[in-house]
Design a protein around this ligand. Structure first.
Ligand code: COA
Length: 339
């Protein structure tokens, strides 16, 4: 996430001028298509854009705006279409030249990828000479699949991203036994979570308290606020995200939620799952009207600190030598993010 707010809105009937200033822009279009659109093509494609945008799902063509220091600026287009050959969403992006090399391309790709969370394969097509665009895609984990010539005879390169499907969902009955294992046998994750809190427990005690918890949250109405979601990765339950307002050592009169995450399944670590899950959860909180969120950790939890950094959290409160872990003192750290 960048420092400026990026906003995407689908093009509508009145946006033809915005659309045309992009597709008639020589510098932008040469990088994308090798030439600008003709008048006829612009008219034809704008009709197609409106038709696609009328479908009411995440697929479509979006105007992209950013808050530059003095005003909101239209910087270009982001799009999600269905690539029939690969049966996967294809992301597209075109920025006006004055907004190149400012990190907006990367931010836009991140937003588009987040909009198609439910898909494990995503494709993108670029001109192989478009080094800026190639760099963004490679940085985001895409791999080059093939180079070819498009219908115009121009060089094109197809990139593909394969990623696990990550879903945040409510608890189901079979999760109870996962929790029993995670709190009694597979406990490696506790060494970095809040090791100063760990208490002895038994499978019976865990089974009883997780069953009770499950009963209290099962069949929640669709629209009721969730403070906890289970993380499912490629269909497997691997952990949870949660939010709370009673912060440790920080007053919170505004009841700003703090988010927490635990992935007890160690096979899932360091693959971007934690970052993606928290990003989805922060998106959920934002949708519910939260303007800001905290997260709390300690200076020995390098993975969590890195996740917070990748998401754009900044340090807010640091209590020096506040935590004792294995006989060593560590700082307690609270970080904050504007949503
Ligand atoms: C913290 C946790 C949620 C992170 O989830 P994850 O899926 O591994 O996170 P990601 O893969 O998105 O990111 C982890 C980052 O930390 C980095 N990292 C991991 N261990 C590290 C270490 N010892 N030192 C420095 N960086 C480290 C990874 O390289 C990665 O950064 P990168 O993407 O720049 O390479 C997960 O490790 C976990 O559940 N740990 C146990 C419980 C816990 O500590 N919860 C947090 C409580 S505050």
């Amino acid at each position: 996430m960048g420092v400026t707010e990026m906003k995407l809105e689908k093009y509508s009937e009145n946006d033809r001028a915005l659309y045309e200033c992009l597709v008639f822009n020589e510098e932008t279009m040469v990088k994308n298509l090798g030439r600008t659109f003709t008048e006829e093509e612009a008219a034809f494609f704008f009709r197609a854009v409106l038709e696609q945008n009328s479908e009411g799902n995440e697929f479509g063509f979006y105007k992209v705006f950013v808050d530059e220091p003095d005003k909101e600026e239209y910087i270009g287009m982001g799009a999600i279409t269905m690539n029939d050959e690969y049966e996967a969403p294809e992301i597209e992006y075109m920025l006006l030249p004055q907004f190149w090399n400012k990190g907006y391309g990367t931010e836009l790709v991140e937003i588009l990828l987040n909009m198609v969370q439910g898909f494990s394969t995503i494709v993108a097509i670029t001109d192989p000479d478009n080094t800026y665009s190639r760099k963004i895609l490679l940085k985001k984990g895409f791999e080059s699949v093939k180079q070819y010539r498009n219908d115009d005879g121009e060089h094109a390169e197809l990139f593909r991203l394969k990623r696990p499907i990550l879903v945040l969902r409510d608890m189901v009955f079979s999760d109870i036994e996962d929790y029993v294992r995670w709190f009694t046998v597979e406990t490696e994750w506790m060494k970095t979570d809040s090791p100063w809190e760990n208490e002895a427990t038994t499978p019976e005690a865990e089974r009883s308290s997780w069953t009770e918890y499950y009963e209290s949250v099962r069949e929640l109405p669709e629209d009721s606020e969730r403070w906890k979601y289970e993380i499912e990765l490629d269909g497997k339950h691997v952990g949870w995200v949660s939010s709370y307002v009673d912060l440790d050592y920080v007053d919170n009169p505004g009841h700003i939620p703090a988010v927490g995450i635990d992935i007890p399944v160690a096979d899932a670590w360091n693959k971007g799952v934690g970052t993606q899950a928290l990003q989805q959860f922060l998106g959920y909180l934002k949708k519910r009207g939260c303007k800001s969120a905290y997260t709390q950790t300690w200076s020995g939890n390098h993975a969590m600190l890195r996740v917070a950094e990748k998401l754009g959290f900044t340090e807010n409160v640091r209590k020096k030598d506040y935590r004792m872990v294995d006989g060593k003192l560590y700082d307690a750290i609270t970080l904050q993010i504007d949503l």
